[in-house]
Write a new protein. Structure first.
Length: 184
């Protein structure tokens, strides 16, 4: 299970991951529609759809930041092992889940069960951020990072990545208080 692959064997993993991120971010747009198709005037219809646009924009930015972090992580990682591949797959599972959790938020934001939808959304990002940290931990503790990266840099990146689970945990708990607040 722990066999290392040769230096530079990250390209396929990165390409696959980029494709998944691109698909997930593209699927976010499927909840957007022309409100005149449902008999509404354009401007009032667009105003009425603000939860959908809001959920789309926040999810787009969140997926974009996640992709940027993933991309930056692989600037350091130069080898892979099976555990890293598995953790990366789990991370992508939650990236792909984002269009669904986003649609839950947009559909329920103005309803009594908005806190449940928001908690599901935030909970998935909490899990994703934890997996992201495990990914970095695996890479940094199994010699998967380039030999040219100083240990001080590896530790700095670990500290930076450790912030996301704290913020996502706070958002998860805030979701039970106010669904809209957690999305800001």
């Amino acid at each position: 299970m722990g066999a290392n692959f040769r230096e530079g064997e990250t390209e396929r993993l990165e390409a696959f991951s980029d494709a998944i991120y691109a698909i997930a971010i593209t699927l976010l747009v499927l909840d957007l529609y022309d409100p005149t198709a449902r008999g509404s005037l354009l401007l009032p219809g667009l105003v009425d759809e603000w939860p959908t646009f809001f959920a789309f924009a926040t999810s787009f930015m969140t997926v974009l930041v996640s992709w940027m972090n993933h991309h930056n992580m692989f600037n350091y990682i130069k080898r892979i092992n099976r555990e890293l591949m598995l953790l990366n797959g789990l991370l992508l599972l939650f990236v792909v889940l984002t269009p669904f959790t986003t649609s839950l938020v947009s559909a329920h934001l103005l309803h009594p069960d908005a806190t449940v939808a928001a908690a599901i959304y935030c909970g998935s990002w909490l899990i994703l951020s934890i997996i992201h940290n495990f990914l970095w931990y695996n890479a940094s503790h199994h010699q998967l990072i380039s030999k040219h990266v100083p240990q001080s840099q590896i530790k700095r990146v670990a500290r930076e990545y450790s912030i996301a689970p704290i913020g996502n945990a706070a958002a998860f708990f805030l979701a039970f208080i106010n669904a809209l607040l957690q999305l800001l």
